[in-house]
Design a protein. Structure first.
Length: 57
C-alpha cells in the first residue's frame, strides 16, 4: 500500500509525492486492478464499467 499526497504548486501540473510505503499484505487486487480511494466519482464509475466489461467477456 502506498500513501500519496497531492502537490499543487502554482503551475497547472498536478504532482504526487509518496508519503509512506507499506509492505504488501495477503490481499490481492481484483482483476489486476487495485481498489483504493477515489478522487473523483467519474473515475470510480469508469473503473466499475471496466470491471463489468471483463466479467461479460
Amino acid at each position: 500500500v502506498v500513501t500519496i499526497g497531492q502537490c499543487r504548486p502554482l503551475a497547472k501540473t498536478v504532482r504526487f509525492n509518496v508519503l509512506e510505503v507499506e509492505p504488501a499484505s495477503e490481499t490481492k487486487p481484483i482483476n489486476g486492478i487495485s481498489h483504493g480511494l477515489w478522487g473523483d466519482t467519474k473515475d470510480k464509475k469508469l473503473h466499475e464499467e471496466v470491471l463489468e466489461g471483463k466479467e461479460k467477456n
